[in-house]
Design a protein around this ligand. Structure first.
Ligand code: AMP
Length: 235
């Protein structure tokens, strides 16, 4: 990882580089909230899911190995995930601080992250757990889709574009759904979360960096709660 340094490019600046982890089951809102924190504080969202989907689309060896595991809702091997993450961390834009979205998901990944950060004299600033109810997550995941151009999120039941077929944010007219956003795969992803990732909540609690947020509310109120945490820990 490149050396991190404080920055001043956004309207609300943080005075020191942050390493934030957003934790929570599929559908908890990690991606949406990470993008909002990115816009507000100038941090960089690093989603291992996005990186892996990029590798699948590009047909790289990592992508080929990951594809069927992702389709089934399982966890991709630590080796592959760490390889794609390390490549991304070598890019210069991460120097001001990062929001890890969907990483770490296993004890092995958490240990590897600590090692990577320690090499740059860093540690995890905060691990924020988005607390939600499982059954609501299946419904959230199964109906969601995004604008293909700008990534704005929509949902079959909860959020339609104001003008049917046209993105509210950018006017785009093409939309996409993730191949693994079905009710069946969402259940498998929830199981993987509880078996392998949820234990990390206690891990970060023991390290004194755990924050929890009730994430059953609307996007704006969860965003305010997260924003308040980022302001507090970066002060
Ligand atoms: P996400 O976009 O975070 O929901 O991730 C989508 C899928 O990518 C997951 O269901 C996993 O198959 C895989 N994946 C993403 N991040 C990780 C990770 N840190 N470790 C293992 N598999 C991952």
């Amino acid at each position: 990882m490149r050396e991190l340094g404080a920055h001043s490019k956004t309207s609300e600046t943080v005075s020191k580089p942050l390493v934030l982890i957003l934790m929570g089951p599929p559908g908890a809102g990690k991606g949406t909230q990470a993008r909002m924190l990115e816009d507000r504080f100038g941090l960089i969202q690093l989603s291992t899911g996005d990186l892996l989907r990029g590798a699948v689309a590009a047909g790289t060896p990592a992508g080929l190995a990951a594809s069927s595991v992702m389709q089934a809702g399982g966890l991709v091997s630590d080796e592959i995930v760490l390889a794609v993450l390390q490549d991304r961390l070598a890019e210069p834009d991460v120097a001001h601080g990062v929001i890890l979205d969907g990483f770490p998901r296993t004890q092995g990944q958490a240990a590897a992250l600590d090692g990577l950060l320690a090499r740059s004299g860093l540690s995890v600033t905060a691990a924020i757990s988005l607390e939600v109810e499982d059954e609501a997550m299946i419904a959230r995941v199964a109906g969601r889709y995004t604008c293909a151009a700008c990534g704005e999120g929509y949902h079959d039941d909860f959020k339609h574009p104001v003008k049917a077929g046209v993105c509210d944010k950018c006017g785009g007219t093409a939309f996409k759904r993730r191949a693994d956003d079905t009710a069946e795969t969402a259940r498998a992803r929830l199981e993987a979360y509880h078996a392998q990732t949820a234990p990390l909540i206690a891990h970060y609690g023991r390290h004194g960096v755990l924050e929890t947020v009730d994430a059953m509310g609307d996007i704006a109120s969860v965003g305010s709660a997260l924003g308040a945490i980022v302001q507090r820990i970066s002060a």
